[in-house]
Ligand binder design. Sequence first.
Ligand code: VGL
Ligand code: ZN
Length: 246
Amino acid sequence: MMILDRRGFLRGAASSVAVAGMAGAALPAAAQTGSKKMKPTAQDALLVIDVQNCFTPGGSLAVKEGDQIIPLINRLAGAFEHVILTQDWHTPGHVSFASSHAGKKPFEAIQLPYGTQVLWPDHCVQGTAGAELHKDLRIPHAELIIRKGYRKQMDSYSAFYEADGKTPTGLTGYLRDRGLKQVFLAGLATDFCVAWSAMDARKAGFGALVIEDACRGIDADGSLAKAWKDMLGAGVKRIQSADVEA
Ligand code: VGL
Ligand code: ZN
């Protein structure tokens, strides 16, 4: 459906519902509908973070209930014109693996040139079954898969910048080139890759909304509460899947 305001701003807006009540204001991403649910627009993207075998039950870094979010994510994805997936994608012997550091155990932390690194069980090694996207994900219209953490000496929780906070993955450029202004986030794990991606989305100038019940956390040492505090402080919005018209 084609909708134009006086200045032609709304050409190609997602739906007439999204336009109701805007009164010529700047184009809002995910405009509120009458039912108070947010309807994703053509300027919003759903970012599905690391829904991979290693992070779901049975995997080497399994997140509790990590598979329970999949039906929810499949349903949400249907409401988005733009869906982007991420895949944690490490080399064998990756610097983030405890097994790469003599005497270190998973969940201990070490100092690396780019900062503090939590050490993990080996996970998401490039080309292995554990690194594959979960077989129950049904998002055929996903338009991009961002792989991250593929440099042996640097981790990347975030879909935007690697762990040094400045090496770009290319996602910022992709979103800008495509005219996408805001990301909704779902996936694993809330307190690591989802949180870092959401905060970096803000840092790069995008709106960021984390769909809490479409994520699950690792929650090591209070990391989940800290992640929410940091996210909210960075202007990330905390929403529920029921808030999205899907
Ligand atoms: C993740 C720990 C290590 C995540 C990735 O997807 O949240 N966590 N690598
Ligand atoms: Zn990882």
